[in-house]
Design a protein around this ligand. Structure first.
Ligand SMILES: O=c1ccn([C@@H]2O[C@H](COP(=O)(O)O)[C@@H](O)[C@H]2O)c(=O)[nH]1
Length: 271
């Protein structure tokens, strides 16, 4: 089944929320864990216990594992494997992008089902040109995986690039239009999504890409349910609000983490 179909089913089963696994050093300290690879390993194990098969999407942030070097990447690989095929879909936040031939290698690393670090979907960066992402779309399509392309990011610096005008569209508008074209005939929705922050103020872009919209910036960065309702209007059914610190600060108790996600989903569905 395509990633778009699996995402739609997971959202119906668990609610739309995505929980990020971001083992910040400050969170390791709050959880009473050392800021080393053993602490990372324990943090990730608790997250798997709390979220696997309980939420629609789990989004490990690769950077927080990479900072511990090869041993951190081993923990990331195991975390992905432990989360896969539990009902929760794994969105690996790695924001990759490169010239086509190298992009193909990244795509094989993260989207080929037989690769050790295969995820259900990854985030990618279109800064080398949307066409350079084609290997990600090809490998994803072959493996029923998904790709989320940065379009309107949640950080305050994003607009200097994303709002720049290129021909008759902004850079972000062009990314969104190209995603809409890729997803044109898909049902119930396509597998190629956009990252659109909950903190962007006004979208002023057509977000109807017939694909999933991954929405970080919700929670710790200040984005609210009201922001999501205002920004996404008629495409709200495709929105996957993503929060990391907003939920993780409830840890390390497994039930408290689950209760925290349940509150997020209840708030979102109530909207
Ligand atoms: O535009 C973007 C794209 C990705 N992110 C990532 O999401 C989480 C946000 O964590 P919070 O603790 O909920 O703030 C983090 O991994 C970012 O790298 C984003 O924030 N904005």
């Amino acid at each position: 089944m395509s990633f778009g179909s699996r995402a739609r089913a997971a959202m119906a089963a668990y609610g739309p929320a995505c929980v990020g696994i971001d083992p910040h050093s400050s969170l390791l300290a709050e959880w009473g864990l050392p800021d080393d690879v053993e602490g990372l390993d324990r943090f990730a194990t608790i997250c798997v216990e709390a979220f696997a098969g309980k939420v629609a999407f789990v989004k490990p942030q690769s950077a927080f594992f990479e900072r511990f070097g090869a041993r951190g990447v081993v923990v990331l690989e195991r975390t992905i494997q432990d989360l896969r095929h539990t009902g929760s879909l794994v969105v690996l936040d790695v924001k990759r992008g490169d010239i086509g031939s190298t992009a193909a290698a990244y795509a094989d690393a993260y989207l080929d089902e037989d690769a050790p670090m295969a995820a259900d979907a990854i985030t990618v960066n279109p800064f080398l040109g949307f066409g350079s992402l084609q290997p990600f779309f090809d490998v994803a399509a072959k493996n029923d995986a998904g790709v989320f392309v940065l379009a309107l990011t949640s950080n305050k610096e994003g607009p200097e690039v994303q709002h720049a005008v290129n021909g008759d569209r902004t850079v972000a508008g062009d990314v969104l239009a190209q995603l809409a074209a890729l997803n044109a005939d898909a049902f119930p929705m396509g597998s190629f999504g956009a990252v659109v922050g909950a903190t962007i103020g006004d979208a002023a872009e057509d977000l109807a890409i017939n694909g999933p919209l991954l929405v970080p910036g919700f929670g710790a960065q200040g984005g609210t349910v009201d922001d999501i309702r205002r920004l996404f209007g008629s495409v709200i059914d495709n929105v996957i609000p993503s929060t990391s610190r907003g939920v993780l600060s409830a840890g390390p108790d497994v039930q408290a983490l689950r209760d925290s996600v349940a509150r997020v989903n209840a708030e979102l569905v109530g909207s």
